[in-house]
Design a protein around this ligand. Sequence first.
Ligand code: ADP
Ligand code: MG
Length: 252
Amino acid sequence: MHASSDHKPMIICISSGKGGVGKTSFTVNMAAALAQLNKKVLLIDGDLGLANVDVVLGINVRHNLRETIEEGRDPASILVEVPPGFQVLPASSGVPEMANLSYEEQIFLTNTLEGITGRFDYVLVDTAAGIGDSVLWFNNWAQTNIVVLSPDPTSMTDAYALMKVLNTRYDRREFFLMVNSAKSKKEGQAVFDNMSLVLGNFLKIKPSQLGIMPLDNSVAQAIRNQRPFYLTHPESKASRAISEMAVALSRL
Ligand SMILES: Nc1ncnc2c1ncn2[C@@H]1O[C@H](COP(=O)(O)OP(=O)(O)O)[C@@H](O)[C@H]1O
Ligand SMILES: [Mg+2]
């Protein structure tokens, strides 16, 4: 099924349950960081939300996934390259809302996606908020699941709800937690410890800690500039956190 059978990408899905927690910021900057480590990176935007990847990176989309498939063209032609050299499959190019597809169409799209992803080292999927079908589908498709959460209590309950569904319905039990918008290392660690305790008590799951990302002005600024902060503010606290997490991911 893969474009080259000897090479399998690491498919990483990024979700949070709640919206506005920092999935898109994290994913875009992680893509930039992995690309700078000379990895071949594809970012799939699974969310046509407000500040989606097209908007955050100022991408213009020319082709559409469905028309590409119907015309039998190379699906890779809908990928858009952005600095420092990673590829994006934009949501506005028709990234599938699986719930609206027949079983045959789902298989077809899975094969198409796998044909594209085979050429990459890392595939990062930025998902929509909530626990809708496409969020669950992408989480199941990926072998690595990153759950982004913030110190906000509703973010913690929504992240828990997501992991509970993935665990009880799909038997997923390995989760990497990324605590975002932490005012201090201590606060970030407390959020991780809390979530870890709840997951252990109720689901018998022991999550891994991917990292803690500080609350940092450069993150919001970068969204306004439509450029990753990892490139515009490489010395920021947020960029340093991304760097450490990129190294951690590349060692998995
Ligand atoms: N670490 C952070 N520090 C400061 N602001 C942040 C941080 N992470 C995210 N934000 C802000 O939160 C908002 C939502 O982020 P976004 O990545 O779009 O979330 P999501 O994709 O989960 O909806 C953005 O305006 C972004 O600038
Ligand atoms: Mg988003």
